[in-house]
Design a protein around this ligand. Structure first.
Ligand code: DC
Length: 228
């Protein structure tokens, strides 16, 4: 049973996670942060002391990933994010995680009107037929500043210049990889969040949902997505 599917893509710390969570709550959609799949693979490799270069082991870990792996407390650390960016460049790892993502989109948990997935290749590869695609981006500096503040708030001591350099390296790797590189789908609507608050981004996204679905903003806001 599939319902409405919304694809949200964009670079690290552009605000896509926050936006996807808010849209999910407003529209009664199941939400999957697909970065956590790659992060969970990375966290397991780090834990096992296995090199991020070990494609075979990374693929095996991806194929055997359990739901509880997505609940690890260390998934959001910078170290895990860097290794996640490396393992996500392997076609074998991406292939091992593809079916899970597609099934989530197609068969959201009972009672949900559909699914929203956020990542790098949702609109281009995972759900190319999604009727609503958002590409959420922001300047490198704005994203590094947000990530820096987030890390400080979590008690991870960091230097802004390091966060900026690592984010630039991750952007380059995510954009330049051969398989499913980060890019906006041709039918995605781009939201540049550099100078927008979270509320403004949410309002802009809801306007896109309303327009794409052919409903008035009011009916979308009241959550009547059963009509999609
Ligand atoms: O969104 P994030 O920072 O949690 O993602 C971590 C890494 O996972 C990111 O650098 C690239 C990779 N990723 C991906 O390749 N495809 C996705 N759909 C989501 C994340």
């Amino acid at each position: 049973m599939s319902g409405l599917v919304i694809a949200v893509d964009g670079p690290a710390a552009a605000g896509k996670g926050t936006l996807a969570r808010r849209l999910a709550a407003a529209l009664n959609l199941a939400h999957l942060d697909t970065g956590n799949l790659y992060r969970a693979v990375a966290a397991r490799l780090l834990e096992e002391g296995v090199s991020a270069e070990d494609v075979e082991r990374a693929t095996r870990v991806a194929a055997e990933l359990q739901v509880q792996d997505l609940e690890r407390a260390d998934l959001r650390t910078e170290r895990v994010g860097q290794v996640a960016s490396r393992v996500s460049a392997y076609p074998e790892v991406r292939a091992a995680l593809l079916e899970f993502q597609r099934r989530f989109a197609k068969e959201p948990p009972e009672g949900r009107a559909g699914a929203i997935l956020d990542g790098r290749d949702i609109g281009t590869v995972v759900c190319p037929d999604a009727p609503i695609k958002l590409f959420v981006t922001a300047s490198l500096e704005a994203r590094a500043r947000r990530r820096h503040e987030e890390l400080l708030a979590r008690g991870e001591p960091t230097i802004y210049a390091h966060v900026l350099a690592e984010m630039e390296a991750r952007d380059t790797r995510d954009r330049d990889r051969l398989v499913a590189p980060l890019r906006a789908a041709s039918d995605a609507v781009t939201l540049d969040t550099t100078n927008l608050s979270a509320d403004e981004v949410f309002a802009a996204a809801m306007a896109v949902v309303a327009e794409k679905s052919g409903h008035s903003k009011a009916s979308v806001r009241s959550g009547t997505v059963e009509q999609y």
